[in-house]
Design a protein around this ligand. Structure first.
Ligand SMILES: [Zn+2]
Length: 214
């Protein structure tokens, strides 16, 4: 089994067991040279066999084999086309991130890892999933954004590795969860811009590298 398929299988199962996706919701992909492998349409992520990942040519969008790629293929393709440093894309429908963003709010920095690890979070107002309109919005943001929160839909994260993209997804959802609980208890104290900058300066490469060690 290739390294790429091995990674996809590992994180597809982690996504389901962590509760970040439910049923057939969510999809993930990884770059492999001029191709990408993406989850097939209509599958529970934990039930995909090694040979069922769909191989798609990134530039032309043409795919091989009998299984159809995830219906959200267009935004994955745009990520790999527009940002050559990205090797992994992850899309899920995590409860708290969808809840907070659908209330018209942004997910604020309440604890150090969120601002320290994620350089930019972008927000996309609701558009119909799977459409080229959504792919276009993603393609504008992905140039300099790690996390794209789609209101009334879900979250898309990208990374140099799948481990990084997965970590960004976990951090985003954890932040949305903490914000929700904190708002129920009172008025959350949000980390200031100054505090976030200090965290980024302190942390940057060393901190990120340490947390993302294999
Ligand atoms: Zn979706």
């Amino acid at each position: 089994m290739s390294k790429v398929i091995e990674e996809l299988q590992k994180y597809a199962r982690e996504l389901v067991s962590s509760g970040l996706v439910v049923g057939a919701g969510g999809n993930l992909s990884m770059r492999d040279g001029e191709f990408m492998y993406i989850s097939p349409s209509g599958f529970d992520l934990k039930e995909i066999a090694d040979h069922q990942w769909v191989k798609v040519h990134i530039e032309s969008g043409q795919y091989e084999g009998e299984l159809r790629p995830s219906s959200e293929i267009l935004m994955h393709l745009e990520c790999f086309r527009k940002n050559l440093s990205i090797n992994a894309c992850l899309h899920a429908h995590p409860t708290y991130s969808v809840a907070v963003s659908s209330a018209g709010k942004e997910i604020p920095p309440l604890f150090p890892d969120f601002p320290a690890m994620i350089k930019k979070v972008g927000y996309i107002d609701y558009v119909i999933p799977t459409t080229s309109i959504l792919a276009e919005k993603v393609s504008e943001l992905v140039v300099d954004t790690d996390v794209m929160v789609m209101r009334n839909h879900g979250v898309l994260t990208v990374g140099k590795t799948m481990k990084e993209a997965y970590f960004f997804m976990q951090l985003t959802e954890e932040s949305a969860k903490v914000f929700t609980y904190s708002s129920v208890l009172g008025s959350p104290r949000i980390l200031s811009n100054e505090e976030c900058t200090a965290l980024r300066n302190l942390s940057t490469e060393k901190y990120r590298a340490k947390l993302l060690e294999k």
